[in-house]
Design a protein around this ligand. Structure first.
Ligand code: NAP
Length: 508
């Protein structure tokens, strides 16, 4: 009986590294790694050893015969990835690799006398922590980990939805590095407020910025500033109890007084927000959800959450595991609005493996938006080919005008959430690309600043889940180690004749 990877797959490939028969793909050195929604176990090759399940940091791997009812479809999801692929074929297209270890490759070698750099890592979210892990496990580096908040964890603590506790469990893996004897943790220190970029550069041999993308993209449409129009980033901060969401206005903006809420965008963040707004509050009790959000959800009037997507179901931004979980959620129904003929056609014509195929079997309805939402069982409506034109309302949101195939349609709602992606914020003293919202870099090296590096969303833009940061961090750390080797980054040992300044951030 094979094992299968399920919904919470974090894609960080810890399972790949321990599989003795190489039956988990794509591996980090295969071309489609980082582009698939998750990793998949080949049931034809799996020897049922369970090593992958032991190594999985988010408890996503189970024997197929032990899958719970809601996770049963993942047996097919895993198997389908291998449809048409020969068992002993190399997915790179050359020599056979399944069922046997390939020749070992050593992408990185470090000599025994490699100097121990003193590195500051700014940001304790997953990108920063994968960089810390790489430095502590593979070098003798001393690391100072800095975060502007008084608690560590970044996006894992304040971004991952509270009803995804297994995903949050990855922080247990990171916690042991925060307690590592060569790491000094500095919480409540903000670069730009408490310390400058130049100070950090002077006090450490190298600095890695892992500051993420904490602001929201805007749409530039009328009504966006009205009360009741909020960014998904703020809703996520609100239900996760982010310290920045603590002021009463932030909570009041999440207006749950009408029966319908509209979300613009259909990425995984939109799905997270839709699911939290539609779940039975009792089921969220005992999760890490903020007390305020749970109390507000208990008195919520929202029965229908509409997800607007400007493109068709074949181009949906959500990933398969998240959509699958949504359609099997016990607390609400999922319905596709077939207002446009292209929607049903795309779903009917879709083949396994295609995005629109995921909606085969999901209820379809031609919805009359002139009627208010019904007060029965909660539901989430997926509406495609529907661009937002205007957020409507006099002194607060009363609805949204969206384009339809023939004419514009008005959808009444007191809450409109813009879930159209995150955006990086510049760090004072470092270059910043306003177009991409990233710090310009080459393989993690910040342009024009030797010894300064970036990792995660501030390096490559706000896409990719937690595990995507692992390979991203490996690239950045590899650049840093190359620079130590070449002398571009000088360590204390190189400068032993001239002792470095000590200061606040060097004290343990
Ligand atoms: P995203 O996946 O990039 O989705 C953004 C959505 O906004 C898309 O539907 C996009 O439509 C839409 N959009 C952008 N500009 C728009 C405009 N002007 N008008 C209308 N719609 C617009 O971003 P995200 O949901 O913020 O997620 C960020 C990353 O975090 C993703 O990689 C996601 O998978 C990951 N994440 C993962 C999980 C998980 O695994 N559980 C949870 C949360 C987030 P188009 O597609 O047409 O551009």
């Amino acid at each position: 009986m094979a094992y299968a990877i399920t919904q919470t797959c974090c894609n960080d490939a810890s399972c790949v590294a321990v599989c003795p028969v190489n039956c988990i793909h794509p591996t980090p050195d295969e071309p489609d790694f980082g582009t698939t929604d998750m990793l998949y176990i080949d049931p034809r090759s799996c020897i049922d050893c369970g090593a992958c399940a032991d190594a999985c940091p988010v408890d996503a791997i189970f024997p197929v015969d032990m899958l719970s009812e809601s996770l049963k479809p993942y047996a097919d999801v895993n198997a389908r990835f291998y449809d048409g692929k020969p068992v002993s074929a190399d997915v790179l297209g050359s020599s056979p690799v399944f069922h046997n270890w390939g020749a070992p490759t050593f992408d990185r070698t470090i000599s025994s006398d490699f100097p121990a750099p003193d590195v500051a890592v700014v940001g304790s979210g997953p990108a920063g922590m994968y960089a810390v892990e790489d430095l502590l496990l593979h070098t003798s580096a001393r690391v100072t980990l800095i975060d502007r908040l008084d608690v560590a964890g970044g996006l894992i603590r304040f971004g991952v939805a509270p009803d995804h506790p297994s995903t949050k469990r990855i922080d247990e893996t990171f916690a042991r590095y925060r307690e590592h004897p060569r790491l000094t943790l500095r919480l409540g220190v903000e670069v730009g407020r408490d310390v400058t970029v130049d100070d950090l550069a002077a006090r450490h041999d190298a600095v890695i910025y892992a500051v993420g993308a904490s602001s929201a993209r805007s749409l530039g449409i009328e009504g966006e500033q009205l009360p009741g129009s909020v960014a998904a980033t703020d809703v996520v901060s609100w239900y996760n109890g982010h310290p920045d969401a603590g002021h009463p206005d932030a909570s009041a903006e999440v207006d749950l007084s009408s029966e319908r809420a509209v979300l613009i965008g259909n990425g995984n963040v939109a799905l997270d927000v839709a699911r939290i707004l539609s779940s039975e509050p009792d089921g969220l009790e005992g999760t890490s959800i903020s007390r305020d959000a749970l109390a507000r959800l208990r008195s919520s009037s929202v029965r229908e959450v509409v997800l607007l997507a400007r493109r068709g179901p074949e181009h949906a931004a959500y990933t398969e595991p998240e959509l699958l979980a949504l359609t099997r959620h016990p607390d609400f129904d999922v319905v596709v609005d077939i207002h446009d003929d292209r929607v049903a056609k795309a779903i009917d014509a879709a083949e396994p493996g295609e995005k629109a195929y995921l909606l085969q079997g999901v209820a379809q309805e031609r919805i009359d938006w002139s009627s208010p939402a019904e007060g029965g069982r909660r539901r989430i409506v997926l509406r495609f080919h529907s661009s937002p034109r205007e957020i409507r309302g006099e002194d607060r949101v009363s609805g949204l005008r969206t384009g339809g195939p023939e004419s514009d349609v008005d959808i009444e709602a007191a809450l409109v959430v813009r879930a159209v992606g995150y955006r990086g914020i510049g760090v004072r003293g470092l270059p910043f690309d306003e177009t991409t919202g990233t710090i310009p870099n080459t393989a993690g090296r910040v342009e024009g600043r030797d010894g300064t590096y970036v990792v995660g969303w501030i390096k490559r833009g706000p896409s990719g889940g937690i595990g995507a940061n692992k390979t991203c961090a490996q690239e950045t750390v590899a650049s840093l180690l190359d620079d130590v080797r070449s002398g571009t980054v000088r360590t204390s040992r190189d400068r032993s004749a001239k002792p470095k300044r000590t200061g606040l951030l060097r004290r343990s």
